[in-house]
Design a protein around this ligand. Structure first.
Ligand SMILES: [Cu+2]
Length: 207
């Protein structure tokens, strides 16, 4: 199983490599409008990609991603999050993991706050319609249409991918991270949305 060793010497490289690798759209869409041409249905779709490795929790103040459980999410294992705004008004989110254990299930969700030294720093799950009762464990609100659930299962090589598509967009600044949990996400009343301990967190400035 490949491992990307993480140490003080490559911190600088990791910081440089982390962050927004690609942000498309915006400017070119405005150019089309300014030129008084008909709005092209082929206009670029806004996209964002974050690719990084999980750092030790000490690195929380500056790292793009941190692990709280190095047994289940090893330091140096890789994560990628892609966000794509759809023309229909919806959002597509893709999560990829590499260099984890084989045949393992992880719960994963979009959370409201950035990663911190404590697993709870990432705050609650992002909800499109906010459940007036918090923490939200009512399936009417804690479901994959109202939240972004990205549970995944690794293959024999320790890689995994999941995709969530919702028919809404995030509120500006309202979604700031993806958290990996130790279990698959529960869906039954009283426990809906829970997935056990928080194992790792990646900062993502969702659009
Ligand atoms: Cu979560």
């Amino acid at each position: 199983m490949p491992r990307h060793k993480y140490n003080a010497l490559n911190k600088g490289v990791l910081i440089a490599a982390a962050g927004i690798l690609a942000v498309a759209a915006g400017a070119s869409v405005m150019t089309i409008a300014g030129a008084a041409e008909p709005q092209s249905t082929n206009a670029p779709i806004p996209k964002m990609v974050i690719g990084t490795v999980f750092a030790p929790v000490d690195a929380a103040p500056w790292a793009q991603a941190v692990t709280y459980n190095t047994q289940q999410v090893p330091v140096g294992s890789r994560v990628q999050v892609k966000e794509e705004l759809r023309r229909s008004g919806g959002t597509r989110i893709e999560l990829r993991l590499r260099d984890l254990g084989a045949d393992r299930v992880y719960g994963a969700h979009v959370h409201t706050k950035p990663c911190g030294k404590l697993p709870t720093d990432a705050g609650p799950h992002y909800q499109n319609l906010l459940d007036p009762t918090q923490p939200s464990v009512d399936p009417a609100f804690a479901n994959p249409d109202n939240k972004v659930w990205l549970d995944l299962t690794t293959n024999k090589d320790g890689s995994a991918r999941s995709i969530a598509t919702v028919d809404w967009r995030f509120r500006e600044g309202g979604a700031r991270s993806v958290v990996l949990h130790e279990m698959a996400t529960a869906t039954h009343a009283g426990h809906a949305g829970t997935a056990g301990a928080r194992l790792a967190c990646v900062n993502v400035p969702f659009m």
